[in-house]
Design a protein around this ligand. Structure first.
Ligand code: ATP
Ligand code: FE
Length: 334
């Protein structure tokens, strides 16, 4: 079964062809980072226009690279949401047009289901499992007792982890997106400025990063007011330690309480070196396998969308051609 998938939910355009939900035949990604860097963040209008410019040649390139002919395709998958509505629309319209022209079934996919199933491209998933999703827009603990069934047991009450990384980086005048820069600085630092941790109430699996963000901004502002040199690396390390401490502690408690057979990490922040190594250590102690996506599959890409779409293919669960982009799509109803 060959599924062609399209992902345009934010600022990366991507088209992929995946065999049986596990073997990547092609996964073409075109990042718009350089365009948005000038503005210090994603400009929705600009993002949709860029998707329009790239989508056609990327479809051609993905098909060519895969060695799979159009006649061999089994279905067309597309990210339906959540994301920026103008960006999603470009992918949805392209997906519908292809499905219509090739007379193939269309499969709408939830972006976060995609991030989770990126792991299926390299690992064998065993249920029940616990997923820790950390990305630009989401920070969630998701319990799955069977494939495609998602139960969100905890989520951020304010900023997502990636969002906090980007805002803190911006305050320290690091380029956009700031996550990788903070990660690098934190690795190099020999000392940290200790930052607060938001545990919330003891039984909650929810997260909160806005207090931490404010604490960092206070340190930055105070140092600027005093005309001191900014201790960027020490701040980065303090911030990162706080994020990792909370994520690792809550995720491992959830694994034990729910009796999960595996812990799975997903989303853009899953590329974080500190988080990967700390979670690995903790999972060794817990004697629970940790599934980490390879770095190129942490960021937004269409192969992960094809991997998730394969679940729906197996159930012959197809979307109608009036499928709509859903900026607020719920994971439980994907
Ligand atoms: P969502 O998936 O929630 O819709 P998104 O698609 O915009 O949001 P992703 O592309 O999954 O988000 O992830 C991007 C985020 O990952 C950015 O906030 C970026 O700073 C962060 N990120 C990338 N690499 C790292 C890293 N090494 N350390 C920390 N954060 C990182
Ligand atoms: Fe994403």
């Amino acid at each position: 079964v060959f599924i062609l998938a399209i992902e345009t939910s934010c600022d990366d355009t991507s088209v992929a062809i995946v065999e049986n939900g596990t073997v990547i035949r092609s996964n073409v990604v075109s990042s718009q980072i350089e365009t948005h860097q000038r503005f210090g963040g994603v400009v929705p209008e600009v993002a949709s226009r860029k998707h329009v410019e790239s989508i056609t040649w990327m479809l051609e390139e993905a098909v060519q690279e895969s060695g799979v002919s159009l006649q061999e395709l089994s279905a067309i998958a597309v990210t339906q949401g959540p994301g920026l509505v103008g960006s999603l629309l470009v992918g949805v319209v392209a997906g519908k047009a292809l499905a219509c022209a090739l007379e193939l079934p269309l499969i709408g996919v939830h972006h976060i289901a995609g991030h989770i199933y990126a792991n299926q491209l390299v690992h064998k998933l065993e249920y029940p499992l616990m997923a820790l999703v950390v990305s630009g827009g989401h920070t969630e603990l998701i319990f799955m007792d069977e494939p495609g069934k998602f139960k969100i047991i905890g989520r951020t009450r304010d900023d997502a982890a990636g969002e906090a990384y980007d805002k803190v980086a911006r305050a320290m005048h690091l380029p956009y997106p700031g996550g990788p820069y903070i990660d690098q600085l934190a690795q190099e630092a020999d000392h940290e400025i200790v930052m607060p941790r938001a545990w919330l109430d003891p039984i909650s699996y929810d997260f909160s990063f806005s207090g931490l963000k404010s604490a960092v901004l206070n340190v930055v502002n105070r140092s600027q007011m005093r005309g001191e040199e900014l201790q960027t690396a020490h701040i980065a390390k303090g911030f990162q330690e706080s994020v990792i401490d909370v994520l690792v502690t809550k995720a491992s408690r959830a694994v034990r309480e729910f009796g999960a057979k595996q812990l799975l990490l997903a989303g853009g922040v899953a590329a974080n070196k500190g988080l990967r190594s700390r979670l690995s250590e903790r999972c060794l102690e817990l004697n629970v396998p940790l599934l980490l996506p390879p770095l190129n599959l942490c960021m937004d890409n269409a192969a992960m969308i094809a991997a998730a779409a394969f679940l729906k293919w197996e159930q012959q669960e197809f979307s109608e051609l009036d499928l709509k982009a859903e900026p607020q799509l719920k994971l439980e109803e994907w």
